[in-house]
Design a protein around this ligand. Sequence first.
Ligand code: ASP
Length: 343
Amino acid sequence: MTERRRVLIIYTGGTIGMMADPRSGALRPMDLEHLEEHVPELERIAVQLDAVSFEQPIDSSDMKPADWIRIAQLIREHYVDHDGFVVLHGSDTMAYTASALSFLLEGLTKPVILTGSQLPIGTIRTDGKENLLTAIEIAAAAENGKPTVPEVAVYFEYSLYRGNRTVKVHAERFEAFRSPNWPVLAEAGVRIRYDQQAILPARSGPLKVHDHMDANVGVIRLFPGISAIWVEQALSTPGLRAVVLTTFGSGNGPTNPEFLNALSRAINAGIVVVNVTQCVGGRVEQGRYNTSKDFSEMGVVSAHDMTVEATITKLMFLLGQGLSGAEVKDRFGVELCGEVSVL
Ligand code: ASP
């Protein structure tokens, strides 16, 4: 008889495990035991399951870099004894956590599958049961003893996505996620069909868990009419080390000199400025239009086809390594774990 594979469930909170507060009616997280009561199928699954929980399960809107590091540390503590990990997490910031974990877990060779739901698992029409049971199956999947998905991924509503390519695109639909710049890693129908071309090739390990992130990062979303004074104020925030500039189309922005001067001054003062498109899909190509030529000349870094979530967390990760602004600029474009395709 072959040994059952062993999967650890890490419960952080989110709608999947919430129930209505008897007094206010607002949804709040319940504990892991209650969650298991609602999914008796867990007893019958052909995988050996263990579970750990955040002491205080949270709505994912309350997630912080310290919580990402806590999840990474839990994975480190249980890495040798488990074949895969399922992280139960709220959908709101799941794409950020998945991106952050992909950077924090260097040399990962086992599946880390994040999932959650749009409706609590205790409700009749919940999407949480299927998400949980299939995520466990994916975390346990192996061929010739080797994990089928040796990377951080998000499973939601029959699709498996690369974690650091994922964005939440809908507040209500069960199909809440997409990875516009990367193919789905697997589709779950009658069978789970994996796309081996899309899945990261297995790395050789060993696992190195990083435990620093520097959150002195800001986001400036451009819009027509944005005030240069406001941009200048934002760029003068004490302690600021990097800014994500979300731009139009293929990385374009206004050409008004006050705005460009404010950016240029910040870059000269050592702040790393990264250009990400506001478009859901496609990439930044600085210099394609006149309206992005100045960005290249003043030293704005292109995020190519990265998501905003991956860009923010990669900056926090690189800054957390104690690198200087110049080093972060150099390293930013280097692919770490499938988060970017540099043409
Ligand atoms: N607000 C919830 C959360 O992100 C929504 C969800 O779980 O889907 O924790």
